[in-house]
Write a protein that binds this ligand. Structure first.
Ligand code: GRF
Length: 200
């Protein structure tokens, strides 16, 4: 199954890059497709992006999401095989992780294992990196497990902090790094599954 759900609850700029990247690929039976956007915030920018791309949206409710398997049926019916977290802030419940073992990928805007964990998202991450006087930061693309920002790191890329760097300038550099690498690395990650399947 190459149907992907993107979980995103913000502006959705990464989701857009991923959608555009996959659409630009030559179509075959094995081309991955983004067939669902999952969002927990009515009015989020990603909803417009989904609408323009003609991709269905599932607006989820907190209580149902955390109650366990409520949305699993929906993902099964839509034949979702992989989940990409791109700006999704809720912790993924264990039931969902068990239903998609090694099949959920997240992007974090820092070099894990540093500057990750509960509460470490968005501007807070960049402020912490700048305040600590770090000489570099970056992005981490990792497999999701039961702990926040903890699973196997699949890919990292770095940027140098310059004199006078602020959380805002760093955030913009990190976004550029995400756009450059995330869509391509998703493709590479999916390939590892299909190669493995062929070898089985
Ligand atoms: C990205 O910086 C990503 O690393 C983090 O959330 C942000 C999402 O931004 N997990 P956008 O919604 O894709 O613009």
């Amino acid at each position: 199954m190459r149907q992907i759900a993107i979980f995103s609850s913000g502006a959705g700029s990464n989701a857009k890059k991923i959608i555009d990247h996959l659409l630009s690929k030559e179509k075959s039976n094995s081309t991955p497709v983004v067939s669902l956007i999952v969002c927990n915030k009515p009015g989020a920018g990603v909803l417009d992006i989904a609408e323009k791309a003609g991709i269905p949206v599932l607006l989820i409710e907190k209580e149902k999401f955390f109650r366990g398997s409520h949305y699993l049926e929906e993902f099964k019916n839509r034949e979702i095989g992989f989940i990409i977290l791109a700006g999704f802030l809720w912790k993924i419940p264990d039931g969902l992780i068990r239903a998609f073992p090694e099949r959920i990928l997240n992007i974090h805007p820092a070099l894990l294992p540093d500057y990750g964990g509960k509460g470490m998202y968005g501007k807070t991450v960049h402020e912490a990196v700048v305040a600590a006087g770090e000489s570099q930061s970056g992005i981490s693309i990792h497999v999701v497990d039961e702990q926040y920002d903890h699973g196997r790191i699949f890919f990292q890329a770095r940027v140098l902090l310059e004199p006078g760097e602020t959380a805002e300038t760093l955030a913009s550099k990190i976004h550029q790094l995400e756009y450059r690498h995330f869509p391509e690395q998703i493709g590479r990650w999916l390939e590892t599954f299909f190669q493995q399947k062929q070898n089985d």
